[in-house]
Design a protein around this ligand. Structure first.
Ligand SMILES: Nc1ncnc2c1ncn2[C@@H]1O[C@H](COP(=O)(O)OP(=O)(O)OP(=O)(O)O)[C@@H](O)[C@H]1O
Length: 455
């Protein structure tokens, strides 16, 4: 296949891959100075109207759903030979299939990926769309300021929920495809995607390709020691009878999230090591074993939590957050209690959705820069975000001065600290919300001391 020079304003760099109906190229958007991926309908399908229609439909759904969990479509165009193309962000870290091929994933890493894939599919279901081809190679990975983000992609077989009954061509990939997808004309609903999520979960947890239905070997037999709730959730998602499956992607994802937070999963792992890759965890587990062995005096001491830097382009803010929290990242979020100030900021957390649900334990920080120094929490917060006793104190260091309010136990969701800190260098206030499952003021102090404003 000859490499084209460009698609519109996108200068082609190299071929990324070809699927059944399209070819994907890495290109460069010279105007915005950013890499992009351009998906072009394959030549042999140019005049096949239904394929042409499905290609355009994929672009339309992705554009309308416009979600951080799905691959986005930025632009669309037509080549001189009438072939349509669409432009997406470049997923520079391959796919979940590549990740699985490298070896077994730590359980928490597998559950994080599943939560994020489930969030993407939930967006589709809310949009009234069934994906019909969820599998590890259709989940792409992109670098983000906090590591990696998951993007559900390849909606080439997607169908609107209303149009999924009646005659449709069989679509999907063996192993990931629900029993009702095996023949044409099946009347499909979102539970077909729940089956595929179960199949992806099976592979992420066991490292084995899921067998065709009926699946008889439960994941626990291949990976002993996984929580029973996870084993039964995966087996229920893989049920032949769709009435026995979780009703939709949201129900499946909520249960994965609950398992991820369950004491059973973390019984023997300190919370600050939960979200690290295997090699780091191996090191910290042996450290934790030594630590426990050392007895009660040592156990009373608080282990040092390593921090990592997160750069936020707006205002040149450099946050320092515990490595284990730096899993998901979201910008442009309005600060709670700062309505009217048009503040937007950055949220870094172990689980963005759990952050929204007050009362769910989650680790993370929301930071926003507000115009003008000297702003007070009293005015910013309005109503207190937690009931119970609040500890108030002043904070002063060479970069920041202001006040911190801390609720050690905030409605079953761990500790909450809020801060309003004036920069000693600029006329600006840093507003912070920090949530921790355990109350660790020492970690909060280190985070603030390491937070910088660049420039
Ligand atoms: N935005 C992207 N960034 C990086 N690589 C991408 C992107 N979109 C697709 N690819 C890669 O391009 C290749 C072709 O993708 P495409 O979606 O056309 O088909 P497929 O998923 O490989 O196959 P099929 O559509 O037959 O299931 C895949 O290897 C995929 O990982």
């Amino acid at each position: 296949m000859a490499q084209p020079e460009s698609f519109g304003r996108y200068r082609v760099i190299r071929h990324l891959g070809s699927g059944s109906f399209a070819t994907v190229w890495l290109a460069h958007d010279d105007r915005l100075d950013t890499p992009v991926a351009v998906k072009v309908l394959a030549e042999n399908w140019t005049h096949q109207l239904d394929v042409h229609h499905r290609f355009m439909e994929e672009a339309r759904i992705l554009r309308q759903a416009d979600s951080a969990w799905l691959i986005r479509v930025h632009d669309i165009g037509t080549l001189p030979d009438d072939r349509p193309y669409f432009v997406m962000p470049y997923a520079d870290q391959g796919s979940v299939a590549d990740l699985i091929a490298k070896g077994p994933l730590p359980l928490d890493e597998a559950l994080r990926l599943l939560t994020e894939i489930g969030q993407g599919v939930t967006v589709l279901h809310r949009h009234g769309t069934i994906h019909r081809d969820i599998k590890p190679s259709n989940v792409l990975l992109q670098s983000s300021p906090v590591g990696q983000r998951v993007l559900v992609a390849d909606l080439g077989f997607a169908k609107s929920i209303d149009g999924a009954s009646g005659f449709t061509a069989a679509a999907g990939t063996p192993g990931y495809m629900s029993p009702e997808q095996h023949g044409p004309g099946g009347d499909l609903d979102v539970r077909a995607d729940v089956y595929s999520l179960g199949a992806v979960a099976y592979e992420l947890i066991t490292g084995r390709h899921p067998p065709p239905p009926p699946v008889r070997v439960p994941p626990r037999r291949l990976r002993p020691g996984i929580p029973r709730a996870l084993d039964s959730l995966i087996m229920s998602a893989l049920a032949e009878d769709r009435n026995s499956r979780p009703p939709d992607a949201k129900a499946f994802t909520d249960r994965i999230r609950a398992i991820r937070m369950s004491p059973e999963l973390h019984a023997d792992i300190p919370w600050w090591t939960r979200h690290r890759p295997l090699w780091r965890r191996a090191a910290s587990l042996s450290a934790a074993a030594l630590f426990l062995f050392a007895g009660t005096t040592a156990a009373a001491a608080s282990p040092v939590v390593p921090l990592t830097e997160v750069r936020y382009a707006v205002g040149g803010l450099h946050l320092a957050v515990p490595e284990a929290w730096a899993r998901q990242f979201h910008t442009d979020r309005r600060a709670a209690g700062t309505e009217g100030t048009a503040a937007s900021g950055v949220l870094v957390a172990t689980d963005l959705d759990a952050w929204e649900e007050r009362g769910t334990p989650v680790s993370g920080v929301f930071a926003a820069l507000l115009p003008g120094g000297g702003r007070r929490l009293e005015a910013l917060l309005g109503a207190a975000p937690c009931s119970g006793r609040v500890h108030r104190r002043a904070f002063d260091d060479p970069d920041w001065s202001g006040e911190l309010w801390r609720w050690p136990r905030c409605a079953g969701g761990g500790a909450l600290t809020v801060a309003a800190l004036t920069s000693t260098r600029r006329d600006t206030t840093l507003y912070l919300e920090i949530r921790q499952p355990d109350d660790r003021p020492d970690v909060v102090n280190r985070m603030i001391a390491a937070t910088q404003l660049a420039g």
